[in-house]
Design a protein around this ligand. Structure first.
Ligand code: ZN
Length: 412
């Protein structure tokens, strides 16, 4: 599938430090040590609705990781999927009377435009579930050979007991898993399952639904295995970071890791599992079912500067849960204007310490709020907000513009 265009990224005069990130699986910090190229997989959208601020927060978070690695001197291979066939997409298409392919293409295109506007670096491999079907079938074959697949009517299930490490990604206990599973697409009560937590890897053909031929009968891929198959194919074993929103920890990332670890025993799926917090609006988590969504495209259509949207996101640590408000956006619009004013002066307060601090903050579990605070300090000193304006660095603006772009994705 086509990705979106990559913006030019300035090269910084110094390399950033090694990047450490919070790992959900261990609950601790992992210093990533990419062997040459850093490898990142981030779960993509199911394209049945436009990109909301919760999505944007997640993709901007992992964009900071991508940029931190690049600034530390690594090449990055970034893979992202599009779940372009799944129950929610088909249900929405039926409800609004649109062909499901058309709906998926339209919303995927909108997402690409949103990501490009927010200056999120594109994945090297942007892959749809439909085009990954051969990979999924190959992986199901390997899981079947390992004795991890069984049939319930025309559907194929993965047996969670096949993975001795099941539960290691989320750290959730069984009661918690049983509580969350049905809320996130699981079907614990289906008769014929060996374990209520087993998940579908191949959904047999249903009347009125699209299906593809396979050695297991016609059907379509399950969601979890789609990501496993793509990550294994394009990144290989034990890639550096698996990322997504915190609502993907269980079952999605647990199952994906399990599939990979059963298909290739002895190899970890990813070296770290990183998760972005949830964004609320009007007091509740932004979600399609609640209908309390703030869309990136709607703000863009209202002539809101995408850099102000990005700044709102950067002002929150990626792991925190927070609430989007219009006041945050208008404050960011004002801030961007003030920053532009300081940058337009050319000379300013010394930029080198800010460069060091911003790169250090981002390498420290993507601490964007700390990086933004360093920039705000430079702007205040340059404009003389608290006293005399500091214009001692004649090339400050050049350095700051490159830093803001390369590290924070803000093109001012
Ligand atoms: Zn995924």
């Amino acid at each position: 599938m086509r990705s979106w265009p990559s913006p030019e990224i300035p090269t910084l005069p110094v390399d950033g430090p090694a990047v450490s990130i919070h790992d959900t699986a261990t609950g601790g910090r992992v210093t990533t040590r990419p062997d040459g190229t850093a490898r990142l997989y981030v779960c993509g959208i199911t394209p049945y609705d436009a990109t909301h601020m919760g999505h944007a927060a997640t993709y901007v978070a992992f964009d900071l990781l991508n940029r931190a690695w690049r600034n530390a001197g690594h090449d990055v291979t970034y893979v992202q999927n599009v779940t372009d066939v799944d129950d929610p997409l088909l249900e929405r298409a039926t409800k609004v009377g649109v062909d499901w392919v058309e709906l998926a293409e339209r919303e995927t295109e909108l997402y690409r435009q949103d990501m490009a506007a927010l200056r999120v670096l594109p994945p090297a491999h942007y892959i749809g579930a439909v085009e990954s079907i051969p990979l999924v079938l190959d992986l199901i074959g390997r899981l079947d050979a390992a004795g991890a697949i069984y049939r319930v009517e025309t559907d194929l299930y993965y047996s969670v007991n096949a993975d001795p490490a099941f539960g290691a990604v989320s750290g959730a206990d069984r009661d918690e898993m049983l509580r969350i599973f049905p809320e996130r697409g699981g079907d614990p009560d289906r008769p014929g399952k060996r374990d209520p937590l087993d998940c579908v890897v191949w959904r047999g053909e249903r009347e009125g639904e699209p299906s593809w031929p396979s050695p297991f009968g016609p059907g379509r891929p399950g969601w979890h295995i789609e990501c496993t198959a793509m990550a294994m194919e394009f990144l290989g074993a034990a890639f550096d970071v698996q990322g997504g929103g915190s609502d993907l920890v269980f079952p999605h990332h647990e199952m994906s890791a399990g599939h990979a670890q059963v298909a290739a025993p002895g190899e970890r799926f990813a070296q770290a599992y990183a998760h972005a917090g949830m964004v609320a609006y009007d007091g509740e988590k932004m979600s399609k079912s609640k209908g309390n969504l703030v869309f990136v495209s709607a703000l863009r259509n209202s002539e809101v500067d995408p850099m102000a949207i990005r700044l709102v996101l950067l002002r929150h640590h990626y792991r925190s849960d927070w609430e989007w408000t219009d006041a945050l956006l208008w404050d960011a619009v004002d801030t961007v204007a003030t920053w532009r004013k300081a940058l337009s002066l050319g000379a300013g307060a010394p930029a080198a310490p800010v460069l060091t601090e911003v790169l250090a903050a981002l390498a420290d579990d993507l601490d964007a709020p700390r990086a933004v605070a360093a920039v705000e300090g430079w702007v205040a000193a340059t404009l003389g907000t608290d006293g005399l304006a500091d214009t001692s660095d004649p090339d400050a603006a050049v350095t700051m513009l490159a830093l803001l772009d390369a590290a924070l994705g803000l093109s001012l």
